[in-house]
Design a binder for this molecule. Structure first.
Ligand SMILES: NC(=O)c1ccc[n+]([C@@H]2O[C@H](COP(=O)([O-])OP(=O)(O)OC[C@H]3O[C@@H](n4cnc5c(N)ncnc54)[C@H](O)[C@@H]3O)[C@@H](O)[C@H]2O)c1
Length: 450
């Protein structure tokens, strides 16, 4: 076809270097060896990876023969299509109407969910996009990316901490913010099991600060990103997110003049977010294994980040105030199948080339996360993938009093009394691991002391 053959795979690094010297950048290497598996493919990938250029493989012949993929679908080793779902149906005009020409702030804008929110919000041409983030390098990265992609949008990077009320209030006032997407949070389950006070300061009191800044400064819309782990929580992370939902959905008292519509959106894991299984498995596969899965029966809901954020934006246009929206994540995926699929997509045979080993569940981890999508408390919306959870709601004065007491317990850093106070708001919390041991009723001389 007139395309020059430059050499063999072993020479990949040398060839890339040769082109670099001529000021020609190689953007991508496609490893088109579908009949090769195991050691040979491993070698080919290693040679190509050594160049530092992104690599893609075509699926193995076995996968092609099962008809699961088309030959034309060259797969990224970064596997973004693991779920094979249809694109989400969106009412873009309604979303545009809620963002175009307005001042929008995203907290935690440097994180996995926050940065995707920033990208999608920017694509609807807000007047201003304020990225509120505590981690300087993540803020720097997302800001750089966005100014290049969206030169017509004013993008303002703000280093700030939601734990400091004045930081949030200044951001809202200085930029006359109309809408807030609140994605700043701590999210790692095992980490939060050990850091109750920090989890409460960030996820609960931090959320209170953002909610109050929105209410006192005439913000029109506030949306908090929640998690399936807030449903009947078994860990500190989920517990704090459930409390944060309660704060956001508290009913304003009749004399309050706040015009803000507060909503939360719950969903399960997204593919490829910071610290999630996909980057972990990718790293383990690149090292030649083993790939670690906690339990053979462990299942999780998965969506791509883009899919989840599209639905979040759609839900943001539906809120009348105080709702908790729940996204339908499709069927839960056994984690071990995800591991196998990723190993195959990287050109290896699971359990032959790369071993899968089971490490056991960690405290607070459920085998299966619930996302209640049916029952009396669930109300459908006009979008088939978005439902509303109608739980009992507290009034704003009630939650404010509860928060005042929490704040004073946090200042004394007494973990047990903080936990008891949290449980008074979320009685369905089922502690696990060290928290179960700490909260178990103790028998003392025949009396039960809780
Ligand atoms: N990743 C998922 O699979 C997933 C799924 C459902 C819900 N969620 C929820 O979305 C939220 C964000 O998750 P993520 O995956 O984007 O996490 P992430 O760690 O990638 O992002 C969180 C961001 O918030 C910032 N942040 C944290 N505390 C802050 C503070 N006090 N002030 C300012 N910025 C702060 C962090 O620096 C980070 O950039 C969490 O509440 C999580 O439970 C995540």
């Amino acid at each position: 076809m007139g395309i020059p053959v430059l050499g063999s795979g072993r020479q990949a690094a040398e060839i890339v270097q040769r082109f670099r010297k001529k000021n020609t950048q190689i953007d991508e290497i496609v490893i088109a060896m579908p009949s090769v598996t195991g050691r040979k493919l491993n070698e080919a990938i290693a040679h190509c990876r050594a160049t530092g250029v992104p690599c893609k493989t075509v699926p193995s012949v076995a996968t092609l023969l099962t008809g699961q993929v088309l030959v034309s679908q060259i797969r990224d080793i970064s596997t973004n299509e693991l779920l094979g779902r249809k694109p989400v149906r969106l009412d873009e005009e309604v979303i545009r109407g809620s963002i175009e020409g307005r001042s929008v702030m995203v907290t935690g804008g440097g994180g996995s969910i926050g940065s995707e929110l920033c990208k999608q919000v920017a694509s609807f041409r807000p007047e201003k996009l304020i990225i509120f983030e505590r981690a300087e390098s993540d803020l720097f990265r997302i800001h750089n990316d966005l100014v290049q992609r969206f030169p017509h949008v004013e993008i303002i990077p703000l280093i700030g901490d939601i734990q400091q009320y004045s930081n949030v209030e200044q951001a809202v006032q200085n930029h006359s913010v109309n809408s807030i997407f609140h994605a700043a949070a701590y999210k790692h389950v095992p980490m939060m099991e050990r850091h109750l006070v920090e989890a409460v300061k960030n996820n609960v009191l931090g959320t209170r600060n953002v909610v109050n800044a929105a209410a006192y400064n005439g913000v029109d819309n506030f949306l908090m990103i929640s998690s399936d782990k807030a449903v009947n929580p078994t860990n500190v992370m989920g517990l704090t997110k459930r409390v944060a939902e309660e704060i956001a959905s508290a009913m304003p008292s009749s004399e309050e003049s706040s015009q803000t519509k507060f909503v939360s959106v719950r969903f399960g894991n997204v593919l490829g977010s910071n610290g999630s299984v996909v980057p972990l498995f990718r790293e383990q596969i690149a090292k030649g294994g083993p790939v670690t899965v906690t339990h053979p029966d462990m299942k999780r809901y998965f969506m791509t980040i883009a899919e989840a954020v599209q639905l979040v934006l759609q839900a943001s246009t539906m809120g009348k105030g105080s709702e908790v929206f729940v996204l339908d994540m499709g069927e839960p995926v056994p984690i071990v199948n995800l591991a196998r699929e990723m190993i195959r997509l990287s050109g290896f045979e699971p359990d032959v080339d790369i071993e899968i080993c089971f490490t056991g569940t960690r405290p607070g981890e459920k085998l299966f996360e619930e996302l209640v999508l049916e029952g009396e408390q669930i109300v459908p919306t006009y979008h088939e993938k978005i439902k509303i959870f109608r739980g009992a709601r507290m009034s704003r004065p009630e939650i404010d009093q509860w928060l005042k007491e929490l704040q004073s317990l946090v200042s004394r850093e007494n973990e047990l009394s903080i936990m008891q106070h949290l449980r008074s708001l979320v009685p369905e919390y089922q502690p696990d691991g060290r928290w179960r041991a700490m909260l178990q009723p103790q028998r003392v001389r025949g009396a039960v002391v809780s």
